[in-house]
Design a protein around this ligand. Sequence first.
Ligand SMILES: [Zn+2]
Length: 464
Amino acid sequence: MTVKKIEWKKHIYKIVVVILVLFFVGGVGMGAADILAIEGVRELYTPAEPLSKLPETNEEIVSYAGSVIAKALEEKPYTQLDEIYSIDKDSVINSLDNSRLNAAAKMAADGIDEKVESAYESNTADYGESAAPFLSNSFQISANDIESVDFRRMYYRCSMCTDSVNYEDFNEKCPKCGNMNSLELRYSDNYEITLHIKPDSDSFRNSAFPKTEMLESVFAENANATSYYTFKYLEKEIKEANLFIKVNRLTDKIETLRFETLADNTLSLNFGDEYSELNDVSVGYCAKDTVTYSFSWPGVKLNVNEKTIELGSTEVLKATLTCDDPVKYDVVWTSSNEDTVTVDEEGYLKTHKQFGDSVITAKFIFNGAEYSDSCLVHVGVPAEGVDLNHGKLKLKTGSSQTLVAEFDPSDTTNTKCFWFTENKEVAVIDKSGKVTATGKGKTTVYVITDDGNFYSSCKVEVTD
Ligand SMILES: [Zn+2]
């Protein structure tokens, strides 16, 4: 019989791995599938429901995107606009195929990037302030303008190493830990939607981006600053246009809205003075223009949302506020069951006479709206160990015997536990600890405490 302390519930699979390794080392083979098939150890995954119906068609996706932007305009989160203009220097060419001119154009590119960026208005709207002046015209796309959509809303989570794996990177073997068939499909809290827009669509060309006039004025100014050439005109051909949206599907709160265009630009220049032999030249280059809106929604978040504490002990919950000046605001703490646990104005928890559960809520009011987060606190006597009433069992095929889990201390509040067997071909074990011999051989059965901190085992030998 063994009583072992083990790390934490999250690592419950590590125990299984350890057992598996021990088995292989011990020369008793067992497939990973058998271990994974153990019932009762894994929690069932149920995804949280989205706030709005899942948008599926292009029309629905465009309309959903419009609605989450409208929500941001109405509820006024902190909004920041950043723009980046980036010239691909390798793409710079000129109509004369003049290498010196090309070198000069490449050198000038850095300065142009900066000038374009500084000409863009970097904008912010504080919490409660309207971002409409720099946001409302940004989204003028209709479903007909869309070439294709990438809609990312799921990922894989490995049940063995608990790492997450991109949906596209699915593999029978976990790319992080190498285990077979351990990836489980999960739903992200966020939708990541990329709309690939037809660059020649009317509504896109008429939208607020990209700003050709602004580019023209930068080049005209640049030409004026030197006396070598004059700027005649700029032609721009959008090759690729994408609109990226990241939104929390549980709240419909948008986090990021990004326009990205890739364009071929042709500048028409006329050289004079000492370079007059160049005369009319066109300089071409490819540039990427990225316009990003980032949103920060007011709210409060607790460091944990479920916690078990011992009777007689003190613990503290931490609340993080998202708003303009967090120290200015008071958090109001409440406990749903003050006979069990109370909370003070700093988030300190204090247990009282009774075992049981209480919901601790942190609330604060900001710009007239109330925000809250809560934590379910269990008060009880935690397990310090678990032992089985038998360390060895001898059974005949078909017969049964029930094992009893003995908790230390004996007044442990939560006596829920998980049971499993290493080899179902020899013995199975049910939720109540009843071992049934299924075939001749030897195996070991285990009990794990609900918090995952302790386990105990029993060797089972089955004869005909
Ligand atoms: Zn893994």
